[in-house]
Write a protein that binds this ligand. Structure first.
Ligand code: NAP
Ligand code: HSE
Length: 439
């Protein structure tokens, strides 16, 4: 096939929900603009859905809708297959079948890539095709391009990311309104930000999938999800956010990716106190941001909507443009999807990570309580940087907040365990990592 002579490239979209509908709408809106920029027309031939009778916010002509994904993938007239179904099992079958047929594949599915990316990238290579995934991380921010292309000449000294729009939206509303978690999650679902299974968002797994992809690209070896420490935001209360504010911090679900001198790359996703004056503290609502330090470029920051129909569609369309240009050049003008180039890459053990911490306890307000707690911390050689015991709390126990200096996580966990055995300490402790961005 003389691809360079093609005037029209046929695109089949599997999934016509939030993102699939958004891609269809964006191509309808800006198709001509794109054609004039690319020199080729992208034409959507089919949109595969589960339920043909469902009413859809973005109207798609009935003649384009189908439930038969296999024949769409097999149809030789479709040059690019876009997987926007979500989940892992069926999506994997779809992507594998498309790659084996030599089709170019675009996906926004970070769960699929995190779990099976290595296999799928290899399959793409074997079948002389390509797999594009710009929309899988940080919504509308072209962060995959940043790492693969823009910063290709840098060693990445640090990468911090607010990578889940739903969690950032929830934490922002909790901070602004003191709202509780569940009600705000329902709003995020209505706005099309949350995953079909929202525990992927609020338990941190979605951000973990994204962090794995960024970490792999940044450090040149594949980082599977089971090597990434993850904590979600369910445990964060409006009270913690209030105390954090009093101490000069806010709370974000933060992905941290930092190489250590000897023992591999630190990689984690967890709620983190960050200073109010840091640029990431101003990233609110559904916005995401990625803050990267490269050894040549220095400090850089990328900001944009992290979830939702239009932002995600914009990233999918940019992949379609790359795929269309690749097709015209007969596959091969661009970098492959992922290049593994570090042989003995490893992940730093989470328990050995050293950081400052926020510790909230519920304690009986009587003489000697503080002395017992501080004695345990002192024995563990953990220094305290500040303490708040707010007035006006009723009941047997009152909150006590301690900010501690750098401590190894393992030592901190052991000390907190001992503290919680004290009779004057009630209920579960809250331990949250603090990041001061001191390099
Ligand atoms: P969604 O709204 O639930 O849409 C899923 C689509 O897949 C629906 O059109 C559904 O059909 C179709 N589908 C499901 N099972 C199918 C099957 N067995 N056969 C054929 N079609 C099937 O999900 P979404 O929010 O668009 O997310 C899609 C992907 O994008 C996910 O991987 C997600 O992680 C990723 N993503 C989402 C966002 C976001 O902000 N939402 C952002 C970045 C990445 P029906 O419409 O008939 O139910
Ligand atoms: N549910 C995801 C989020 C969608 O809220 O960030 C974007 O990947």
């Amino acid at each position: 096939m003389l691809l360079a002579l093609m005037r029209q490239i046929n695109v089949a979209i599997i999934g016509g929900g939030t993102v699939g509908g958004g891609v269809y709408k964006a191509l309808r809106q800006n198709g001509r603009l794109l054609a004039s920029r690319l020199g080729v027309q992208l034409s959507v031939t089919r949109v595969v859905v589960r339920d043909l009778r469902k009413s859809r916010a973005v109207s798609i002509p009935k003649g384009k809708l189908t439930t038969d994904w296999k024949s769409v993938v097999e149809d030789e007239r479709n040059h690019i297959i876009v997987e926007l179904v979500g989940g892992v099992t069926l999506a994997r079958q779809m992507v594998r079948k498309a790659l084996r047929a030599g089709k170019l594949v675009v996906t926004a599915n970070k769960a699929l890539l995190s779990e099976h990316g290595e296999e799928l990238f290899e399959l793409a290579r074997k079948h002389h095709t390509n797999l594009y995934y710009e929309a899988s991380v940080a919504g509308g921010i072209p962060i995959i391009k940043v790492l693969r292309e823009g910063l290709v000449g840098n060693r990445i000294n640090y990468l911090y990311g607010i990578l889940n729009g739903t969690c950032n939206y929830i934490l922002t509303r909790m901070e602004k309104e003191g709202s509780d978690f569940q009600g705000v999650l329902e709003d995020a679902q209505h706005l099309g930000y949350a995953e079909a299974e929202p525990s992927l968002d609020v338990d941190g797994f979605d951000a973990m999938h994204k962090a794995g992809l960024l970490g792999s690209l940044a450090h040149g070896f594949w980082i599977p999800p089971d090597q990434i420490h993850v904590e979600g935001i369910r445990k964060i209360t409006p009270l913690d956010i209030q105390f954090a504010n009093q101490l000069g911090y806010t709370i974000k679900l933060l992905a941290t990716i930092r190489p250590t001198p000897k023992k591999g790359v630190q990689i984690s996703v967890c709620p983190t106190l960050i200073p109010l004056q840091h640029v990431l503290a101003g990233v609110r609502d559904v916005f995401n941001a990625v803050y990267i330090g490269g050894d040549v470029v220095g400090e850089t920051l990328y900001y944009g909507r992290g979830a939702g129909q239009d932002a995600t569609a914009s990233a999918v369309v940019s992949d379609l443009a790359d795929a269309a240009l690749d097709l015209q050049q007969a596959h091969g003008s661009r970098l492959p999807a992922f290049v593994s180039h570090v042989e003995n890459g490893s992940v730093f053990p989470w328990s050995e990570t050293i950081a400052p911490f926020y510790l909230r306890l519920h304690v009986v307000d009587r003489p000697g309580t503080m002395a017992r707690i501080t004695a345990i911390l002192a024995e563990a050689r953990i220094g305290i940087s500040s303490i708040i015991q707010p007035e006006g709390h009723e009941g047997d126990a009152v909150p006590l907040i301690l900010m501690v200096h750098d401590a190894q996580i393992q030592a901190m966990q052991q000390a907190v365990k001992r503290i919680c055995r004290l009779k004057v300490v009630h209920g579960a402790p809250q331990v949250i990592r603090v990041e001061n961005f001191e390099f």
